[in-house]
Design a binder for this molecule. Sequence first.
Ligand code: PBG
Length: 325
Amino acid sequence: MFPVDRPRRLRASAALRDLVQETRLTVGQLIYPMFIRFGSDHKIPIRSMPGIYQWSIDRALEHLAVVQEMGVRSILLFGIPEHKDAMGREAYDPEGIIQQALRAFNEHFPQLTLIADLCLCEYTDHGHCGVVKDGWIQNDESLELLARTAVQQALAGADIVAPSDMMDGRVAAIRAALDGHGLINTPIMSYAAKYASGFYGPFREAAENTPEFGDRRTYQMNPANRREAIREVDLDIAEGADIVIVKPAMPYLDILSDIKGHVSVPVAAYQVSGEYSMIQAAAGHGWIDAKRVVEESLLSIRRAGADLIITYFAPQYGQWRQQGM
Ligand code: PBG
C-alpha cells in the first residue's frame, strides 16, 4: 500500500522501463500481405489502403528486395487472377498467378517464408469462398477445390498454406491432400476464428473479391460470439492445423486472449485492411502519430496473446525500427 508501493519507481528511466517491459515485438514476428496480379510493370495503388499496391510479379520482386532489407522475413500472398469463373479455376491451375509468383519469389528470395492465402473468393466470378448452388455456398464440394489449391500451392513452393474460406472440415481435407502428395512437411496456418467483419472493407478493393450477392455470414463467424471461437479453433487443431489465426485483431483482443490460454499451437492475429486504413487515414490528417499508434496497436495484439501478427505495416515498422523509431 502507498506510500510503500510506488509503481512509478520502475518507470523512472527508459532503461528501467525496458528492463521490466512484459511484451516485446520483433519484425521477425510480422507477416506482410501482398496482392499479386497478372501482367508486367504493374504497381497499382489501392485507393482505400494508402501505401499498399497490387503488384505484377516483376515489380513485386523489386519491392521484395526492399521489404527484406527492412527485416521482414514472411510474406502472405493473395492473387488476382486473369479470369474469374464459377469454380475459381485459376486458384488450382499450376499456372495460376500465385503458383507463378511462388516459383519466382522462391527463386529470387529463398530465405523468405512464403505463405499462400488459400481461398476461392478472389478466383470465383460470384466472389464467394466456395462453390455456389441455389444461392447456398456448398461446403463439401468446395473442400475438394480447396484441397487441390493447397497441393498446387505447395508444389509451387509455398512454405505454408493458409486456408481463409471458413468451410467446415477444410483443414482435414487439405492435410489429407497434402499428405497424399507427399507434402507432409507443409504446415497449415488456418484462419480458425474468422469473423464476418466490416473491417475487411478495403480488402475487397485490394483483392477484387466482393460477393456478387449476399454476404459471408453463412460461413464466417458472428462478431457477437466468443465461445464459438474456441470451438472453431479446437476443430481446426483436431483436423491438423499447425498455427491458428484470429481475425480481425484489435476489435477481437478478448478472443485472442481466450485462444492463447486454450491452445498450445502458435496463435496468429490478422490486423486487417480496415484496421490499417483507419490508422493511415487518421495519421494522414495529423490526428494521431502513426509511429506511436502502429507500435501500440501491434503491442496490444501481442499482449493479448498473438505470437505472430499479419500486418500491412510490417515493412514500415521494420524501417522505423532500423531508424531507432
Ligand atoms: C478472403 C479473405 C479476406 C481477407 C483475407 N482473406 C476477405 C474476406 O473474407 O472477405 C481480409 C483481409 C483484410 O481485410 O485485410 N478469404
